[in-house]
Design a protein around this ligand. Sequence first.
Ligand code: GCO
Length: 489
Amino acid sequence: MKTILLLGASFFLTISLCSCSNNKESKVQDITFPQGFVWGTATSAYQVEGAYQEDGKGASVWDTYTNQYKLAGGETGNVAIDQYHRYKQDVALLKDMGIQSYRFSIAWTRILPEGTGKVNQAGIDYYLRLVDELLKAGIEPAITLYHWDLPQALADRGGWRNRESVKWFTDYAEIVFKAIGDRVKTWITFNEPFIDRMMIGSFLRSRLDPTIEPISNPFAIPGALIAQQAIETHHWILAHAKAIKIYRSLGLSGKIGMTLSISPVYPETDSEADRNAARVEDGLHNRWFLHPVLKGAYPEDIRALYLKHTGIGIQEGDMEVIKKNRVDFLGVNYYSPTRVKANSDSKRFGIEILPNSDERPAFNGEVYPEGLYDLLVRIDTEYDHPVIYITENGAGFGSEDDSLVDGCVHDMLRQDYLKRHFAEAHRAIQAGVKLQRYYVWSCFDNFEWVFGYKNRFGLIHVNFENQERIWKDSAFDFQSCIKNNGFDQ
Ligand code: GCO
């Protein structure tokens, strides 16, 4: 795998030297996607908008985490890439790149500053302006309703642990559907329950609750703590299903789905113990969400595992709602696989997650494009051929790959990463997977949560001092890929 990566990198280096300001001509090529395939980029409100106290916006938990708890070493999304003010310029850049759909999220606290109650029209107006600007540019908006920025006022009322959260969310969703549902045809209820609730949620609880031992390694979160978060994910799943019901009952004609982070899990060896560890890890990360979203029921083995530690909060009638209101498409975020082995000393249900041994590690784990093929085919086979959108995939490798030299960023590792993943997506389509869209994370460098601004994922470089935007080589590649609906390998 590493040899291929190195070869790939030198190949794309050749391209990148002459592609800094040139686009490539259309021609017959190795990989062509089906007609109508949609190419996009993805982002989220807190990571790009800035304007954190403007036009009546309320505080979200991420405003608190960054400003008060200094979770990102003092860096915040207070300004971020200032997209709130620069959206016109940013949409123009998306248009130049040929982007066909822009996935972004709505900040709940712009719409309902206190999370419930009084609607802030100025917040709705911002998203109407952004949506209209996108439509004018011929770019389809794809909206995520919730990308982790819970209103602080609701966190103060118990957040997702409180069953009332289901109603808070569906009321918010209904307001948004009614305000902009006429012009937006792609909706995502939630982004990545596993990462937000099981990883970040567990991490934060361990930092803030003195009765819990602080977590230093996010890959070794104790099973008991993961189980305790299941009640929160049940509230997400229920809120998701109820939001779908509301969406459809309003007679809106778009498609609605949910985005999951999917990581194919591979055992270190073929031993029964390792295979069992892989099955459980897959259950925690993937099946716990895939099953209810696509089949309408939780996987029995994981449910039993969680119930040994804690209640999940499922009430009568919940599963019926979840079963009846299934998605139009599944959003998949893929970055890396998980490799595991059995280790009876591990408090994570006896699972040890193996470290990434890549020579040039990406921020989000091992680079393994074949994992994308594996997971797409697996979801297709095991979940009755759902329509799938890749709602995030992308990479950052640090300053060496991302340095600005003479006005260019020769991000050859990112170029290589993207092309190899596109090729695997194409292979999955050829195998019959109903993959219809691909959103790269991300169009612009932005605020990468606890890592702040140093972890860059953008196709476009952002100078965070003066907000200048500069296309990286990967942006030119992507422009060419969209124009040709494919590329040469
Ligand atoms: C996530 C989020 C994004 C990240 C991206 C890069 O998957 O964590 O959806 O907000 O920024 O994945 O890490």
